[in-house]
Design a protein around this ligand. Sequence first.
Ligand code: 3PG
Length: 402
Amino acid sequence: MKLLTLDDFELKDKTVFLRVDMNCPINPDTMEISGTTRIEEATESINAIKDAKIVVASHQGRVGNKDYTGMEKHAKVLEQLLNRKIKYVEDVIGVSAQNEIKNLKNGDVLLLDNLRLCAEENYEFSSAEAANTIMVRRLAKLFDLCVMDSFPSAHRSHPSIVGFSYVLPSCAGKIVEREVKKLDEIMTVAKAPHVVVLGGSKVADRLEAINLLIKKGRADHVLLTGLIGNVFMRAQARIKSPLGIKREEEIVSKAHSLIGEYPDVFSTPVDVAIDKDGSRVEVDVRDLNKEDKIFDLGPNTVEHYNKLISGAGTVFMSGPPGYFEKEQFSFGTKSILEGVTNSMATTIVSGGHLTSALKKYGLADKINHISTAGGALVLYLTGEKLPMIQSLEEAAKKHRAK
Ligand code: 3PG
């Protein structure tokens, strides 16, 4: 393996910066964390770093979005999962955070507040630029080692992802180590036809990734669900009214160009389920009204998608096909996941929501690889070098050259 791991370093007495990804689904009504899988993942590296002072850092949500919150609740969940005291500071780079870090003792774990409270963390930089941000200049001098374990954000080049690793001895944490090893194994055995089942809400990110997946021969069929499915149905003029998403016209026009470029690749739903006074109602896509809100796939779409999945050599599924948290809209997600687990293909399922759904339906042990990463994993599968992995490879090169 090109990356260094925790086994390559003496950790005793060290102050360690541990970048994890505890970006969790948040219930918009209660602002409570509604799925803790990524916090569970964060415990692995914390448990593996012994006799050291650990400073844990993560982002949560995007500025302006409903899931953008502080990390206090994450600290509580972490404390319960680890069954040990977690210190928490409502600060990222200020005097309070710096003093807390300086006062840590061996065995202490301190969680910083949401990294995106710091403006710089919302921009992309080269590694050298990231190392020159105030965040990295202020904090790096307080650490002996940087451990990168936020695989779901490996495709971002934010200061916490590529800056600390540029100036500090750095290695992969447990999750990054496992993901890279497992995905590289899968990439060598992955066979055609490649079927990609794509849902979820980060539509703009996904469009470029779809383009790359198709170009690199990693997507022979793209079966669209969720919000991205709606975008393509709008591009096909099968949904007539606006979806109300940011930069909608630009996104729909990109989807339109992709359909034009690859006419045989995309499948979109033929029927869906909508909400009528809290109940599920099946509707043919041609009969959708302006005010209808789509929450799930319909049975004909599921049957068609599962037929394509059953003939696949490799299936990659990212983002839930429906609002499965509500029982009446769980049919699409459950049935497609069953289709994926019943197929003979090599299967990869990605994203926090689908990871929770697999657990809920008792299907998790029937999938070859499950990852809580969404966009990062899609890009990894295209063969693109992710900024975090690149910066860890460079750190490893520097370390070995010593
Ligand atoms: C994710 O959930 O995909 C990661 O946490 C990255 O989040 P972002 O897309 O807001 O950068």
